[in-house]
Design a protein around this ligand. Structure first.
Ligand code: SF4
Length: 702
């Protein structure tokens, strides 16, 4: 979608270095080889489009199986002191290399690709002081730092903030371990997350053939690449985490901020109705798929094998983060050991992390639990099954759970039975003594002896593309050139129907679900058929199965799917708005969640609060994201209400000025409420032009 928007902006080529990565569409099923074959065949049209558009516009293209975007960026582009924006919410991963990585929507990326200034409200800074040392001897890992932080700050606690790590504990972490923390900072809604430059980054740069950058960085390690003296005193807040006493964590289900210290998980399970038996365990994703992570997994697998436990108990899916990690782990024998233990080796791509999982072992609607080393665990995230209870943890705990098959297993205190023909080990000393086996904490090496780059799947930018064209079949149901949105028209917001009042958590996965819908990410018309189909509608009782994804058509009086009702209203020229709850649009930076309501005739989203990226995405598409000044007004909006906004017309709306909402109930008298808006002058121009893209065209290309 970012490329389609760039194309419609009309520029001849990108003006800053840009890359495109094919990692999200590959379905996990039989294993890497067959899954890639299937993806290349199923998505040929999309890959041809990406390849041809990349050639045409001077963009580098990483073909399928090159790796997951953030891992490839870490291996090739991330450098201390840099700034990178990416159309994926886990772009902060680059903070593990001392680079500020910020997730944005596609139209923000188009600004940058066009070399226009890219902007955001100056974030606050939360300092996280790490004391002690991360040595892993008590099973803790860098994942536990961010899982703990998520528990402290919640999914919205990082909003508008950069998380900056400091303190002596930082020196005990490898570069990819730091990247894990920065990566999952997206789960607390922060703008970005960063570690100061350390020698671990220098070692990683050298190992990935960028020693020259390490030498340059070393020259600035005490100046440009270190926090300013006394900066600790100017952090907006400081949180301290002692790595010596940090306990391993398991977070979930359904939200990444429900954080359980491992020692408390059994208790949490006993007080809930979460399934204790695990149906699958997964290691991978951009968060935890480094060489170091896979080494830890191997170490545990080897321990179990020595004890006589040859196989994992439940399906165990492992994805190396990139072709380079895959090739290196293969050369070092890690992957073979995992295969022998019963693991399914998936391709170096997102797979089940983003719903690309051809899951046959569990029926849709069947209650089950899965555990993974991923970052995100919203309902339906992995397998489109809202009854899947997903827990996130470190790769080592995910491995231990794969052997136990149960969530109430604590590898620190509990033992596993050894099969009769196994060599039994004692709980403590690791010598043959009884009929049970207890894991020791895994050890790992920060970096391999040497990285093997594997197969080169990179397509470099083309210098002369004047004769090249972009492959888009006009008949395609997966790709569609964009038609510019209409500029703002006076009266747009003077009589809006309320399409629905969203109840509770509404992530971009609820607004524009992933899974099979990924097929239509390049076709706005088709993907709009998924708008809000996973959202809970407060106007329909929860006991009614239609309360999710359905609403009442205010014109016909019939209940239908939300996108169908929106389309019908658009066809009748009826304007509409959505009422949202708090942190509306959290999660992925998916801009389809903003494009779809705009495309289907929406004018405003009025919520208790918004997630940062989604709020900007809505503005970029020419919509009005507004927040209730008094949160209790949310509850007062009833089915059949009509809304008029006063103060949004040309000459009326200006930065910081509140909007008046007049609500006309079906019965009863009109009432008013105050709404807040965060538009600045340039964003107001986007609103007038109909979208930021229209504004670019109207200004830059004149
Ligand atoms: Fe891919 Fe999951 Fe990482 Fe997103 S979070 S880039 S879906 S691996």
């Amino acid at each position: 979608m970012a490329l389609l928007q760039f194309i419609s902006a009309g520029l001849p080529e990108v003006r800053v270095p840009t890359t495109v990565h094919s990692d999200h569409l590959i379905i996990a099923d039989k294993g890497a080889k067959e899954d890639i074959k299937r993806a290349v065949s199923d998505h040929k049209e999309v890959y041809d489009f990406l390849s041809s558009a990349a050639k045409k516009y001077g963009i580098g293209y990483w073909r399928p199986e090159s790796g997951i975007i953030h891992v490839v960026i870490f291996e090739n582009y991330a450098f201390p002191g840099g700034l990178i924006i990416g159309t994926d919410s886990h772009t902060p991963n680059a903070g593990g290399m001392g680079m500020l990585g910020i997730g944005v929507g596609g139209s923000d990326a188009v600004d940058a690709m066009a070399d226009m200034p890219w902007e955001l409200v100056c974030p606050k800074v939360t300092g996280v002081k790490l004391t002690g040392k991360l040595v892993g001897s008590n099973w803790n890992s860098s994942k536990d730092i961010i899982c703990k932080l998520a528990g402290i700050l919640s999914v919205s606690g990082g909003k508008g903030k950069i998380i900056e790590f400091f303190g002596p504990g930082v020196q005990s972490m490898g570069a990819t371990a730091m990247a894990t923390v920065c990566n999952m900072s997206a789960e607390i809604g922060s703008t970005s997350c960063i570690f100061p430059y350390t020698q671990a980054m220098a070692r990683y740069l050298s190992a990935t053939k960028r020693a020259e950058i390490a030498r340059t960085a070393d020259r600035f390690k005490d100046t440009l690449l270190a926090a300013d003296e006394g900066s600790e005193n100017s952090y907006d807040e400081i949180i301290e985490i002692n790595l010596d006493t940090l306990e391993p964590r398991v977070n979930g289900p359904f939200t990444p901020d429900l954080s359980h210290p491992l020692s408390r998980l059994k208790h949490a399970l006993s007080e809930s109705d979460w399934p204790v038996e695990l149906s699958s365990s997964m290691v991978g994703s951009c968060t935890n798929s480094s060489y170091e992570d896979l080494e830890k997994v191997r170490h545990l697998v080897a321990q179990a094998k020595t004890a006589g436990i040859a196989k994992v108990k439940i399906p165990f899916l492992v994805s190396p983060g990139s072709e380079q990690i895959h090739a290196t782990a293969e050369a070092d024998g890690i992957l073979q050991e995992l295969r022998e233990a019963g693991a399914t080796l998936l391709s170096s791509s997102c797979g089940p992390c983003v719903g690309q999982w051809d899951r046959a072992d569990v029926r849709k609607g069947e209650k089950n639990s899965v555990i993974s080393s991923y970052n995100r665990n919203f309902a339906g995230r992995h397998d489109s099954n809202p009854a899947t209870h997903s827990f996130v943890t470190s790769p080592e705990l995910a491995t231990a759970f794969a052997f136990a098959g149960r969530l109430d297993f604590n590898p620190i205190t509990d033992s596993l039975p050894v099969p009769r023909n196994g060599v039994s080990l004692s709980d403590t000393a690791g010598t043959a003594a009884g009929s049970t086996f207890r894991f020791r904490p895994p050890v790992s090496t920060e970096l391999p002896r040497a990285f093997d780059p594997g197969e080169n799947r990179y397509q470099a930018p083309v210098t002369d593309a004047s004769n090249l064209s972009v492959a888009i079949d006009p008949q395609s149901d997966r790709l569609q050139r964009l038609t510019p949105f209409e500029p703002w028209a006076r009266g747009n917001a003077s009589r809006m129907e309320v399409l629905l009042r969203v109840k509770g958590k509404c992530t971009t996965d609820h607004i524009s679900p992933a899974g099979p819908w990924y097929n239509y990410r390049g076709h706005l018309e088709n993907i709009s058929n998924n708008m809000l189909i996973a959202a809970q509608n407060a106007f329909i009782p929860e006991s009614d199965p239609r309360s999710r994804g359905h609403t009442l058509n205010p014109v016909t009086g019939k209940v239908d799917l939300i996108p169908a009702v929106a389309k019908d209203l658009r066809s009748k020229g009826v304007k509409w708005c959505i009422i949202g709850d708090s942190n509306y649009g959290e999660g992925s930076s998916r801009e389809h969640a903003a494009l779809e309501p705009r495309f289907l005739g929406g004018v405003a989203i009025i919520a208790r609060s918004f997630a940062r990226i989604h709020e900007t995405n809505l503005k970029k598409q020419g919509m009005l994201p507004l927040t209730f000044n008094d949160w209790s007004d949310y509850d007062k909006i009833k089915l059949g209400d009509r809304i008029e906004l006063v103060g949004v017309e040309h000459g009326e709306i200006r930065p910081g000025k509140r909007i008046i909402m007049k609500v006309r109930p079906k019965e009863g008298s009109v009432w008013k409420a105050m709404l807040n808006q965060s538009f600045h002058w340039k964003q107001i121009e986007w609103l007038r032009a109909g979208s930021a893209l229209n504004h670019i065209k109207n200004t830059t290309l004149k």
